[in-house]
Design a binder for this molecule. Structure first.
Ligand SMILES: [Zn+2]
Length: 568
């Protein structure tokens, strides 16, 4: 028999259904009918007590039955929508645990360089942007790939030739560099005399010391602070684009990785107006210049915008930069810059005080850490916090976690710190071969993204895209985690093959582990009776194709709280 639960609220409707069906034997003896049934499929529940099923039924946004076709069929009524799965795979909806739906969505509406694969593509797209809206005071946008340009540093002369009449500000896909023209530099007063801003800002310069057109990290804000603020309407439009992409890719829970109050407000608006098609853990950005004094402000923002689905309950700390830009904080110097090992955005004592204050205030701390020094200092702060409160506070997260000292691998499990990887980065693209490995040498490069070592140490491993830094598509990332090869390659050597993960770990990373990490496991992340009906139907059974074909899988259907939010 299907798992019966009390249905007091639905009793009158069930009675109405009985009246409609009067005369049919047995019509009134079954459970109240479901709104939606999916049947005849390969349902991977991610529930260890009931791992496989054929069908499931949904009523009022909740799963009311998971089992074989016959058992679930008992929930069928005259108004039930039936979806025939024809053997297709069903999974809990994906969780993207580190993504920028708002800024990425805004970028899509501006000068969008994400599709550019060559320098010529960039040139063509920027010229088009300049022509498209000649009245706009700035040409702004981003998404270009750093390795397209020598040294990851495009020149202002090139941008001057494309946008001669107005300031232009274009960010790199990783968000850690900006390409600006001469007008933008002049407007911001950035000149040969401007020092690199602390702690990590870099003004790339020509042989005479003049700004050459690329700004990194803190130096970006020298120009960015002159950009007009995005309006609430632009922010909401960005969120709509980001949510539409998430729904298409089967994502029903997302962790907004860097939010201002205006972003948190947009999520709250989306929930109130009914167009929030994923639940959202929103991480409010911590200002490195403001210390613990800002925690009260973050609490106030949380209180103003806390919803049932959109929850600004996390705080984002950018601890360092990126290796490609030479701004990640390393334990040993960069090989191409003797004596330089990057810089932390927070000194360790300030970081510990902030983690303590945020933890006490009930925030999940979400730390961006790339270099092995940033990872160590971040873990030290979490360790200090555990010593204070025995781990009574929220579970904290470290994202990106690119370069490890092997001694720190087991600390994620020991300290119950969530390891948030971006698996689409686990292969040797030009960021790795041209801008990373040469700066580290082979011995340290072995410890780039040691995902399997971290997983086998017992850490809770979750996954995210960091879109718009890279594609939001979970199946592409799952494939790369299994192959450590480009998702577009079908053979060839794996990059650090000892760190390949298995499919079950990756499915959990995108579903049940992610839900557990965020304390949402009572609500979503697995397909069982009583949970929210957040699920995805794929056209391909991921376990039945070779790993190098996983990225070809398409999302046929995305269901969020029982509502179909995407149908291919
Ligand atoms: Zn990010």
């Amino acid at each position: 028999m299907p798992n019966r639960r009390p249905h007091r609220l639905r009793a009158p409707l069930a009675g109405a259904a009985c009246a409609l069906l009067a005369g049919l034997p047995g019509a009134c003896s079954g459970p109240p009918p479901a709104d939606l049934i999916l049947r005849g499929g390969a349902v991977h529940t991610m529930d260890p007590s009931n791992p496989r099923a054929e069908a499931l039924a949904v009523r009022d946004g909740r799963i009311v039955s998971v089992g074989d076709d016959e058992a679930v069929g008992a929930f069928s009524g005259p108004a039930t929508e039936i979806i025939e799965l024809d053997g297709r795979m069903v999974l809990p909806g994906f969780h993207d645990t580190h993504v920028h739906p708002v800024s990425g969505g805004i970028e899509l509406g501006e000068c969008d360089l994400n599709g550019a694969e060559t320098r010529q593509d960039v040139v063509r797209l920027v010229s088009q942007c300049a022509l498209r809206d000649p009245e706009a005071p700035w040409v702004r946008g981003g998404g270009f790939q750093l390795p397209i340009f020598p040294g990851g540093a495009p020149s202002r002369e090139l941008l001057d030739s494309l946008v001669p009449d107005r300031p232009a500000y274009l960010t790199s896909a990783d968000g850690h560099s900006a390409w600006v023209n001469t007008r933008a530099l002049a407007l911001a007063g950035v000149s040969v005399r401007t020092p690199d801003p602390p702690p990590d800002g870099v003004i790339v310069r020509d042989a005479e010391g003049r700004p050459a057109g690329t700004l990194r990290e803190a130096a970006m804000s020298l120009v960015a602070r002159h950009l007009p603020d995005h309006t609430d309407a632009e922010i909401e439009a960005g969120l709509r684009r980001g949510l539409a992409m998430a729904a298409e890719l089967g994502i029903t829970t997302l962790h907004e990785a860097s939010a201002s109050e205006a972003y948190a407000r947009a999520y709250a608006t989306a929930e109130r107006e009914g167009w929030l098609t994923a639940r959202a853990i929103v991480a409010l950005r911590v200002d490195p210049d403001r210390g613990v004094g800002q925690v009260g402000d973050l609490v106030a923002i949380r209180e103003r915008h806390l919803g049932r689905l959109a929850r600004p309950v996390a705080a984002k700390i950018f601890l360092d930069g990126v290796i490609e830009g030479g701004t990640a904080a390393l334990l040993e110097p960069y090989l191409d810059r003797p004596g330089w090992s990057g810089a932390l955005n927070f000194d360790p004592d300030t970081l510990q005080a902030l983690v303590a204050a945020l933890d006490d205030a009930g925030f999940t701390v979400h730390v961006h850490a790339i270099g092995d020094r940033a990872i160590r200092v971040g873990l030290d702060a979490f360790e200090a916090q555990r010593r204070r409160d025995g781990g009574a506070g929220p579970r904290h997260v470290m994202a990106h976690i690119q370069l490890f000292d092997p001694a720190d691998v087991p600390r994620f499990a020991e300290l119950d710190v969530v390891a948030s990887f971006q698996p689409l980065w686990f292969y040797a693209d030009t960021y790795i071969t041209d801008l990373t490995e040469p700066r580290l040498g082979p011995e340290r490069s072995r410890w780039l993204y040691p995902a399997r070592s971290v997983a086998e140490s017992g850490a809770l491993v979750v996954a995210g895209s960091d879109w718009s830094v890279s594609s939001m598509d979970p199946v592409r990332a799952i494939e790369v985690a299994l192959t450590r090869r480009s998702p577009d390659a079908v053979d060839g050597p794996s990059w650090i093959p000892a760190e390949r993960l298995d499919l079950q770990t990756m499915l959990a990373a995108y579903t049940s582990s992610a839900a557990l990490a965020a304390g949402l496991d009572g609500e979503t992340g697995s397909l069982r009776v009583g949970r929210s009906a957040d699920l995805v139907v794929l056209d391909t059974h991921l376990a039945e194709v070779p790993p190098e074909r996983i990225s070809e899988a398409k999302v046929d259907l995305t269901v969020f709280e029982g509502r179909i939010v995407h149908r291919r």
